[in-house]
Design a protein around this ligand. Structure first.
Ligand code: G6P
Length: 463
């Protein structure tokens, strides 16, 4: 395929939906890909994104019914745009300043230049009157950059991460440019109504916009998971066998707790480790009968705050294992690796309790996957009230992870649920997730993008 091909539907995201493994392209796992790729395929559309390589000779290519348009990033741009502005400025700004955001003009310049490159690629891929759907905090200038060149295009923007309160957003030296960038879109979507309200408030206060005008354009669309894929994995005999092996290999504990996260400070991994340790100290958890399996998926390893977090998590795991493990049996099984969907689902099936202790989280799809995989099987979900998923999964044991006594009580409570109660709660959560899976999320957003007049009348509870 040549780069001059034009499409009626174009997705723009930081990453392409593929990874290059041993020289061949393979579909990358993840919610965004399973939600959006079918829509791209149906409309013979294009996906503009970074190919996770510094090879700038990559031409557009077809993959599984989609036209993929690689955007190249130099090594310096990767550092300044991706590791710098995206993940050391915007990420902490959007996650309650858990670490201090850094503001550097050189990073901002790289962000602007890379956003312009993505916008140009989208403009070239879009036919007259096309729909372009821009994703996430990496590309907030892209909507206005496309709009400036192509008033004919319908532009949607979805922010996958939380939106900061206006007092925090106000710190950003380039807040006006970012907000104007977003406002190039016809519809701006956020995860929760609380995030949408914060975005509207920032636009009102920083740019002096009319709240009435914003109401129909900035709304909430809580993202979900591919329920069919998770159900199919949970019913697969091979995955069930893998679950039995996991449990056996972990020493067949009376209670198996799990944590499954990217290794990110927003996930509250240390908070759960500290609570786990104190619960053993208190005697409320029995070190001989309990195991915590923590999967920490490597993430943003070039960013200092992530390196520091890894050191602290590994030090803490080492200390707790040193104190409570016995020869041949660790109380914490820690793994710093990525995993496949099948392995994750096997771990969900093997577990009794999932710990989601995010300090701030746009949604948390692991919580939704766990409930879906465990329908009819019971088990307990400890879920931070600061994860977007807590709004929908109110049958979880919802907790403030900053409150150590409350977090310990929640984890202990999770180990004490009766089988009936556990099953009732898990089934209710699984049904909630099934009612709004990721396809409905994409449909709802694209419906409103086609017809913003009706969007003003819709609320998330309508769809
Ligand atoms: C979050 C973001 C995504 C991002 C993912 C993984 O979920 O919302 O846009 O792709 O983290 O992070 P990475 O930096 O590896 O793309």
């Amino acid at each position: 395929m040549m780069g001059t091909d034009r499409h009626a539907f174009v997705v723009v995201a930081n990453r392409l939906p593929v990874d290059r493994i041993d020289g061949a392209w393979e579909a990358s796992p993840g919610g965004l890909v399973s939600a959006v790729a079918p829509v791209v395929r149906e409309q013979a559309g294009a996906w503009v994104g970074w190919a996770n390589t510094h090879d700038d000779s990559l031409e557009p290519f077809d993959f599984d019914g989609m036209s993929l348009v690689p955007v190249s990033l130099s090594h310096d741009e990767h550092q300044q745009y991706y590791e710098g502005f995206c993940n050391a400025t915007l990420w902490p700004l959007h996650h309650d300043l858990i670490v201090a955001p850094q503001y550097h003009r050189s990073w901002w310049r790289a962000y602007r230049e890379v956003n312009a490159r993505f916008a140009q690629a989208a403009v070239e891929a879009a036919e007259t009157g096309a729909t372009v759907w821009v994703h996430d905090y990496h590309l907030q200038l892209v909507p206005a950059m496309i709009r400036a060149q192509r008033p004919d295009i319908r532009i949607g923007y979805f922010c996958h991460i939380p939106f900061p309160p206006v007092e925090q957003m106000a710190q950003l030296p380039w807040r006006d440019e970012i907000l104007r960038g977003l406002l190039g879109a016809d519809v701006i979507g956020l995860q929760r109504e609380a995030d949408a309200a914060k975005a509207r408030q920032a636009m009102q206060k920083v740019l002096g916009m009319d709240p009435e005008e914003l109401r129909g354009r900035v709304g909430s669309y809580p993202i979900s998971i591919d329920v069919d894929e998770i159900r199919a994995a949970a019913e697969s005999p091979a995955v069930q066998e893998m679950a039995r092996c996991f449990r056996r290999d972990l020493g067949d504990p009376a209670t198996l707790m799990i944590g499954v996260d990217r290794l990110d400070y927003s996930k509250g991994i240390l908070h759960r480790l500290w609570s786990f340790e104190e619960l053993i100290d208190d005697g409320r958890l029995d070190a001989r009968g309990t195991c915590l399996a923590q999967i920490a998926v490597p993430s943003r390893e070039g960013v200092r705050a992530y390196q520091d977090l890894r050191d602290e998590v590994e030090h803490t795991v080492g200390r707790i294992n040193g104190r409570f493990s016995t020869l041949g049996r660790d109380v914490i099984h820690y793994s710093h690796h990525s995993y496949s969907t099948e392995e994750a689902v096997a771990l969900y099936l093997a577990a009794d309790v999932l710990l989601v202790t995010s300090l701030r989280d746009g949604m948390n799809l692991v919580a939704k996957e766990f409930a879906t995989a465990r329908r009819g099987r019971g088990g307990a979900l400890v879920l931070s009230e600061f994860a977007g998923a807590a709004e929908e999964l109110d049958q979880a044991i919802v907790v403030n992870p900053h409150d150590r006594a409350a977090l310990k009580a929640a984890i202990h409570h999770a180990t004490m649920l009766s089988e009936d109660e556990a099953r009732r709660r898990m089934d209710a959560m699984a049904d909630t997730v099934a009612a709004f899976d990721v396809r409905r999320w994409a449909q709802a957003f694209l419906h409103d993008l086609r017809d913003p007049a009706s969007a003003a009348a819709l609320s998330p509870s309508d769809w």
